[in-house]
Write a protein that binds this ligand. Structure first.
Ligand code: ACM
Length: 547
């Protein structure tokens, strides 16, 4: 009797400790597709444990080793897997397309003394690593226990992006890498790097060096809001650019983390920095243009390229140089807010339109887009353009990035373009997230956390239609006119980026804002703190209800 009682106590204790340990899987963010608790003992990991890895995942094994050390203080040993040899103990990163049957999928199984992570590609293994790290304590220890669990997980959408404008304000290389770490944690797979605009060129271009010596710097910057009267400027030279060596370093860093980098070179509008460097490409070649020092140039100041032979030679050379640098299958060519008034007023542009049988200035815009698409096709790259490029007829392989409402996204999908949704509401994270004074210096528009969390990339009108498949996913954008510092970028993206990660990764049937907020507190906020990042703390009190 006494013996049975003790056994019961012992069993109860063991079961209790199992369930107590099984809690971390309940806090994962973004929420996985499937989590099943296993009736096994937790797996112990110590500094004596090994990370066994398939050679294809060698860089990810090192990445896991570094993250594990940073999080827990444990440095595990690395060992390549030998073919056909079973492993007992530690962590195993295995390439296995039979188990992980989809792209970017992972299957994580913890039990029998071993944590096994299976994926068919680098992205899958990176996401499994992120999940595994969330199953471990965020503190320095000598031993950790991974709860016995099986997680089968894959993304809802193929394209999960974050954008950063480094033109209006620029940020150190170290922060760009940190941003990529933030993306990796949240299982995003694309970083859209907005590198050129009216206010500066931020990438080294060797074939046209004045883009950097002249185009990368402005003499002055607007103070306060664009709408403020009187207008005031800070007369301090501002600028800089990323060298190609730095760009290569960032690309390599991102590749290890399963992140594709899409550079954006914005043409044929948003080109004031270009014409400041090379006035010959403007509609008034005799003019000396300044790099812009105010925001919102559209229909206010001339910032378009003129359709001259030397302009097209320039575009071909520069886009080829950019294409050679970035392994991305897509290059973003901008195409937004191309003011037609400067072309209307230019006899040379009008003559070009006539000579090439173009319908009008919109036809000229399409001509620019098609020329660049052609240069890039020879480099095996597709183009992405903002939705305004649909003003003309386009090749259906052109990817449309829609920054307007659902209507434009539906139009693009019905025209059989792959679409990336990034509607300004709620996915411009430079819209304000509260109505407090701290958020007043942003672009108009209120996009609090629940608006982002509840965002559905597929517009209702497309659900169940064959064209639904054209919606690749969505992206959060960060335009930095009013975001001059790293701390402010972080404040604007967190926690909204965490909410977006779940809107793009998780099964919509599992979405629940209250449960998300619980996991945000449990899992994401402690990470923000461990990264020493800034974030908007009062998110729970600001919802769409606060009209
Ligand atoms: C944009 O906001 N002009 C893409």
């Amino acid at each position: 009797m006494k013996y049975t009682y003790s056994l019961c106590l012992l069993l109860g204790f063991v079961l209790f400790s199992f369930t107590a340990k099984a809690q971390l899987a309940a806090h994962l963010i973004p929420k996985p597709q499937q989590v099943t608790a296993l009736q096994q003992k937790p797996v112990s990991l110590t500094a004596k444990s090994t990370i066994h890895y398939e050679p294809a995942f060698a860089s990810q094994a090192t990445y896991l080793q570094e993250l594990l050390k940073a999080q827990t203080g444990l440095t595990l040993t690395l060992a390549p897997l030998s073919a056909g040899k079973a492993v007992n103990g530690g962590i195993v990163l295995r390439k296995d397309a039979k188990t992980a049957t989809r792209k970017e999928m992972y299957v994580l199984e913890s039990g029998n003394n071993t944590v096994i992570l299976k994926a068919q590609d680098v992205n899958g293994v990176v996401y499994g690593i992120q999940t595994l790290l969330q199953l471990l304590p965020l503190q320095k220890v000598t031993q950790v226990q991974v709860e016995p669990v099986k997680i089968v997980d894959y993304p809802q959408f193929a394209y999960r992006g974050m954008h950063l404008d480094v033109v209006r304000h620029t940020f150190p290389l170290e922060f760009i890498k940190k941003y990529i770490d933030y993306l990796a944690f949240h299982k995003f797979n694309n970083f859209h790097w907005h590198l050129t605009d009216d206010q500066g060129w931020r990438i080294e271009i060797k074939s046209y060096p004045k883009l950097n010596t002249i185009g990368s710097y402005r003499d002055s910057t607007l103070i306060g809001h664009f709408f403020d009267k009187p207008v005031r400027y800070n007369p301090k030279r501002y600028g800089g650019y990323f060298t190609q060596e730095e760009v290569k370093e960032v690309i390599k860093y991102a590749q290890v983390r399963g992140i594709n980098i899409i550079p954006e070179i914005d043409i044929p509008g948003h080109s004031r920095a270009t014409i400041a460097a090379y006035p010959a490409f403007s509609t008034h070649p005799d003019t000396t243009w300044n790099v812009a020092y105010t925001w919102g140039m559209y229909n206010r100041q001339n910032n378009v390229l003129a359709p001259r032979p030397e302009t097209f030679k320039f575009l071909k050379t520069v886009f080829e140089e950019v294409a050679d640098l970035f392994p991305s299958p897509y290059i973003h060519i901008g195409g937004d807010e191309t003011s037609k008034m400067w072309w209307k007023a230019s006899p040379q542009a009008q003559e070009f339109i006539k000579k090439h049988n173009l319908k009008d200035e919109k036809g000229l815009q399409t001509y620019f887009v098609e020329q660049v698409a052609g240069y890039l096709a020879k480099k095996n790259k597709k183009i992405i353009g903002w939705h305004e490029i649909m003003e003309g007829e386009l090749d259906t392989t052109t990817i449309v990035m829609n920054w307007a409402n659902d209507k434009k996204g539906i139009e693009a999908a019905m025209r059989k373009h792959p679409v990336i949704m990034t509607p300004s509401h709620p996915l411009y994270f430079n819209q304000y997230q509260s109505k407090t004074k701290a958020d007043s210096l942003q672009i108009p528009g209120y996009s609090p956390l629940d608006a982002v969390y509840n965002y559905k990339p597929i517009p209702d009108a497309l659900v169940g239609k064959p064209e639904e498949k054209y919606i690749m996913g969505a992206q959060g954008n960060v335009w930095t006119e009013y975001i001059p510092t790293v701390k402010q970028v972080e404040y604007m993206i967190f926690p909204r980026m965490t909410a977006l990660s779940e809107a793009l990764w998780s099964n919509p049937k599992h979405k629940n804002f209250e449960d998300f907020k619980r996991r945000l507190e449990k899992t994401a906020v402690p990470r923000y703190k461990s990264w020493n990042t800034n974030y908007f703390k009062d998110y729970a009190n600001w919802t769409l209800q606060n009209k």
